[in-house]
Ligand binder design. Structure first.
Ligand code: ARG
Length: 431
């Protein structure tokens, strides 16, 4: 039976095609749907659309449903279209006509939006927590290995001395920028769309400020059409944030694969964290980081998928929007899994010492030697030429002295400043 039943049942094929896998996906929204309904009926009671004797009865039953959701017992039954219909069905089964009252002044269009806003807000919070974990891990590895040098490359050619402190610290600071995107996505989700109903408001005197406060939203989407248009925009903002984090993590995963390769041999992991080959008995492969890289690369396509799905949809609700769930729901979960896995692996990373003693890295020090000459008064261009000619004649021998002092260099990582920057960004969440 549908909420919109008017005396006929839709064709089964039509139902299957339009509902798709929404019943499973909607399970993630269930707790938010109940939360939204609780706020809505409190507000309906305040404007006289629900009796003050009826409110506690409805709230108690919604609370029962909330508990069944937390216990993992809530399901969306066959033939029931979505989570919104299921909650209303459970209420009417238990309370009869009273259950039917909760839908006054709203539509599933703003109901699903409320659910999504609350859900995405929580997801962005969870994501930020996982990012903070990895951030701390990277920062402490950076400090721990700040004196361990490694080659720096440009064009994949040996370039200048770098360090593990610089490498780990770089990804920590990158996460600060990504966090700005997560804050933006969080704030965009943190607005109340309830009361926009089907997309054009309602003639009931709804108190939207009240539901905003009840659900702890920072503000409301005032304009009801803007509220409806935030379907897709909210997900898109989250997708940009996800893609941004994924690009950082995917790049890091690539570095790890490269540095684990025998031709580099900078890092390794305990055997039990590597994977083998069915034919080559010696293999200890970095599959974890390869899967991470692959997943993160795919995640970078999520904003694009959302753009393609929503481009050219005019204002107002369209059923196409339902398909956004398919794209965005697994994305945060996948990213959080990758962040957790990265944090886990980094607890066991093995760093090789004395990498630069290998003479294939001799030329890393040319710039150091040019700078030393320049500091002693030789014009930079002449110093560059002199060292260049030594290299050219095969006569260059590095002094191997590295002296970097400016902010953000191997000798002065500024990890404390980066941590301060992260804290400033985190303060913007307001939780
Ligand atoms: N499952 C639908 C969605 O996700 C719920 C809203 C249905 N609204 C409607 N007018 N058919 O968009």
């Amino acid at each position: 039976m549908k909420l919109w039943n008017k005396g006929f049942e839709p064709d089964k094929l039509i139902e299957q095609f339009t509902v798709g896998n929404d019943r499973e996906l909607d399970l993630s929204l269930a707790r938010y749907d109940v939360q939204g309904s609780m706020a809505h009926i409190r507000m309906l009671e305040s404007i006289g659309l629900i009796g003050s004797d009826e409110l506690p009865v409805l709230l108690a039953e919604l609370e029962n449903i909330a508990q069944s959701i937390e216990r993992g017992e809530f399901i969306i039954e066959d033939g029931v279209e979505d989570v919104h219909s299921q909650v209303e069905l459970l209420l009417t089964r238990k309370l009869g006509d009273l259950g039917k009252k909760i839908h006054s002044g709203r539509s599933r269009n703003d109901q699903v939006l409320v659910d999504l806003k609350l859900f995405m807000r929580d997801q962005m919070k969870t994501l930020s927590e996982r990012m903070v974990n990895l951030f701390h891990r990277l920062q402490s590895l950076s400090e721990q290995h700040k004196h361990t040098l490694m080659p720096g490359y440009t064009h994949l050619q040996v370039a200048m001395p770098s360090s593990f402190g610089l490498w780990f610290g770089a990804y920590a600071e990158s996460l600060v920028d990504d966090m700005e995107m997560v804050v933006a996505a969080y704030n965009i989700a943190n607005q109340n769309p309830l009361g926009s109903a089907a997309g054009y408001g309602s003639s009931f005197p709804l108190n939207r400020t009240m539901t905003t406060e009840l659900m702890g939203f920072a503000t409301l989407h005032y304009n009801v059409v803007a509220a409806q248009m935030s379907r897709g925009k909210t997900e898109r903002a989250a997708a940009y944030a996800i893609a941004s984090v994924a690009s950082t993590l995917g790049k890091f995963a690539m570095d790890v694969c490269l540095f684990m390769c025998q031709n580099y041999g900078f890092i390794s992991f305990p055997d039990e964290l590597t994977t083998g080959s069915s034919i080559m008995p010696h293999k200890k492969n970095p599959d974890v980081f390869e899967i991470m890289r692959g997943k993160c690369n795919r995640l970078q396509g999520v904003p694009n998928e959302i753009s393609l799905l929503t481009t050219n949809l005019p204002l107002g609700y369209h059923r196409d929007l339902q398909l956004l769930k398919d794209i965005i729901f697994p994305a945060t979960t996948t990213l959080c899994q990758c962040l957790d896995m990265c944090d886990f692996m980094l607890q066991h990373i093995i760093i090789r010492d004395n990498i630069l003693d290998d003479e294939r890295y001799n030329y890393l020090f040319t710039v150091e030697d040019v700078n030393r000459l320049a500091l002693s008064g030789v014009p930079f261009r002449d110093a560059y030429r002199e060292v260049g000619m030594q290299v050219q004649r095969g006569e260059y021998t590095p002094t191997r002295e590295v002296h970097h002092t400016h902010e953000g260099s191997i000798g002065n990582l500024c990890n404390d400043k980066i941590a301060e920057k992260m804290n400033k960004v985190l303060e913007k969440f307001g939780f």
